[in-house]
Design a protein around this ligand. Structure first.
Ligand SMILES: [Zn+2]
Length: 165
């Protein structure tokens, strides 16, 4: 598995900046609701099929990560558990659970913003897509909208620490 980095390396099928902007907006919504600010969007043929942000607190559901929510919504819309030709944009490097779900869904391209050394499973930790037990790996593009994504998370946790002291 190789993760391509830098804004110039993204395939020129549409503008990948736009979906990541939508994902960032979703992440900002999450922060306003006291959720960890991570947002995700699924696109097929330039059309937004699903957009969501983390809802683990609101839904009292440890699996309600933004990626899982958009995968469910897009699959419902398509009427299939396989999201063929779909691209997923998420503001933070996916965790192991979400990487697994992205693989099962047969996502074509994965674009993520900030890397997550603590909980990420793409470039860090289990490096899920590189494992022999992973049967479908998307093309992966990291670092898209990285600065905005990381700043959003940093500010969120800083505010929470201040509230707790
Ligand atoms: Zn996750």
């Amino acid at each position: 598995m190789s993760v391509k980095r830098g804004e110039q390396t993204h395939p020129m099928t549409g503008n990948p900046q736009k979906p990541m902007t939508l994902a960032l907006e979703a992440a900002r919504d999450a922060a306003r609701q006291g959720e960890v600010p991570v947002g995700a969007v699924i696109i097929r043929d330039g059309v937004v099929l699903a957009s969501a942000s983390n809802r683990t607190v609101t839904d009292q559901d440890p699996t309600a990560h933004a990626e899982i929510l958009v995968l469910r919504e897009a699959a419902r819309k398509i009427g299939s558990e396989r999201l063929i030709d779909c691209d997923l944009y998420v503001t933070l490097e996916p965790c192991a659970m979400c990487a697994g779900a992205i693989s099962f869904a047969r996502i074509r391209r994965l674009y993520f913003g900030a890397g997550d050394p603590k909980g990420g499973a793409v470039e860090h930790g289990p490096r899920f897509f590189s494992q022999p037990t992973c049967h479908h790996a998307p093309e992966i593009y990291g670092g898209l909208g990285e600065t905005e994504s990381a700043t959003l998370l940093k500010e969120f946790f800083k505010e929470r620490r201040n509230e707790n002291t």
